[in-house]
Design a protein around this ligand. Structure first.
Ligand code: SAM
Length: 233
């Protein structure tokens, strides 16, 4: 049962959409509707809620971030989603971008390496009634082989390279959006797998994301549990 008033803070979302999204280059109606619908303030801790509709990223638990609304909308628009798409997200974080994707496409699979973030995101999906999101705790650089192929893959953390596993799990005509670069700054890349399985790469501009940590990312393959131990797979 949904026990949240989905109209709560709607005027702030309307202003966010007008000034931060339509005022820039977000034109896709389906994305605009998703950004109007999903209550972003429910994805941050109480002390951050007053800033939830600001034009900026915000801090979430364990030193991670929820991306700026414009970046979430831009990445979703860049994925060129269809309603029937199966989408993989790497880096669930607060769960906000998975929630946005879940209003646009049929099935969302999302992976987070921090157990505590995964737990909180799962609670939010339940509270808000978002039933088409499956969450897995693990190293997302390896993808989710059992559920592949994916028509779209979104990586919400910055890696040193494009993980081979994600390329392999991308469907023909599939789109992968990922920040690639060093730990300070990355290029937002869109990779499209063509009919002949060639890769078309486009650079969409500079961005700053927290690091993608994993066996095909930075610093090896640690999974962080709630007790804060590291498990090396
Ligand atoms: N999509 C998120 C949201 O809407 O709140 C923003 C995520 S934050 C910018 C990036 C997330 O990627 C962090 O939660 C981080 O723990 C996670 N992450 C980094 N490396 C990862 C990996 N290899 N597998 C899964 N998650 C990873």
């Amino acid at each position: 049962m949904i026990n949240v008033n989905l109209n709560e803070r709607l005027p702030e979302r309307e202003l966010m959409v007008q000034t931060q999204l339509i005022g820039r280059d977000i034109t896709d109606e389906v994305i605009i509707n998703a950004m109007l619908t999903v209550p972003r303030h429910k994805f941050v801790s109480e002390d951050q809620q007053e800033y939830a509709y600001d034009d900026s990223p915000l801090k979430i638990e364990v030193g991670q971030t929820i991306s700026q609304p414009y970046i979430v909308a831009l990445m979703a628009q860049t994925l060129g989603l269809k309603a029937s798409d199966k989408v993989l997200e790497i880096g669930t974080g607060s769960g906000y971008s998975a929630a946005i994707l879940s209003r646009i496409a049929q099935n969302i699979y999302t992976i987070e390496r921090h157990e505590v973030l995964a737990y909180l995101a799962k609670e939010r999906f339940k509270e808000l009634g978002y039933k088409n999101i499956d969450l897995h705790i693990g190293d997302g650089t390896l993808g989710w082989l059992e559920k592949a192929p994916f028509e779209a893959i979104l990586v919400t953390a910055g890696g040193p390279m494009i993980p081979d596993s994600l390329i392999e799990q991308l469907a023909v005509n599939g789109r992968l959006v990922i920040p690639v670069g060093d730990k300070a700054e990355q290029k937002l890349m869109r990779v499209t797998k063509t009919e002949t399985c060639e890769l078309k790469e486009e650079n969409l501009g500079l961005v700053r994301f927290v690091p993608l940590i994993g066996s095909e990312g930075w610093d090896g393959s640690k999974i962080i549990t709630s007790s804060n131990e590291s498990i090396r797979k």
